[in-house]
Ligand binder design. Sequence first.
Ligand code: SF4
Length: 208
Amino acid sequence: MNQKTYGVVPGLNMGLFSPKELEEIVAIINKYDVPMTKITSAQRLALLGMDEEEQKKLKTELHPLIRPVAVNGVHYVQACPGSQWCKFGTSDSLALGARIEQISFPEPLPGKVKVGISGCRMSCTEPYVRDVGIFATKKGWTLVFGGNGGGNPRLGDIIAEALTDDQVVDLVQKCLTVYQQNAKYKSRTARFMERFGIDAFKEVVLSE
Ligand code: SF4
């Protein structure tokens, strides 16, 4: 067995499982004798050290517990417990995350788009260093675009504040459409924003 195989299971509700769902997942993991599992930084489940064929079968069995992945959508959405489960939460980050996960495009996005959503301004999912960062204040959602936490980090730019759920979903769609239409292949949003310019970007996405 190749100890370096690394299979990731997406669509597991931003890392939120009911105890019953977790039991079902663990039963399947035990059935396939998975050598090791890991909760990834993207709030997904990694299956480590498995044979690729077995991994495919396991993923098929997990399928009923997995949310379908959008066509040409974002790479992943991290969301904090938000107002559903955290005493500091002022907005429902998990419900918003489920909507953002379902945004799809006719063509693949130019580069990976990582999304971080936080239910209050304490920003536990680090929205300023995500391609798309969203956090709640008492006035509504703030949308930040073009952040990156990697080897060449960049703080994202605030695009708009005090947004409703529908407004922030629409604006994310617009920001990603402009990114898709103008970014070079494999260019992440941080590098794209440096080239395109924040003022020009805001002018386009906030027009209409
Ligand atoms: S960002 Fe706010 S609501 Fe979300 S987990 Fe952190 S403290 Fe709680």
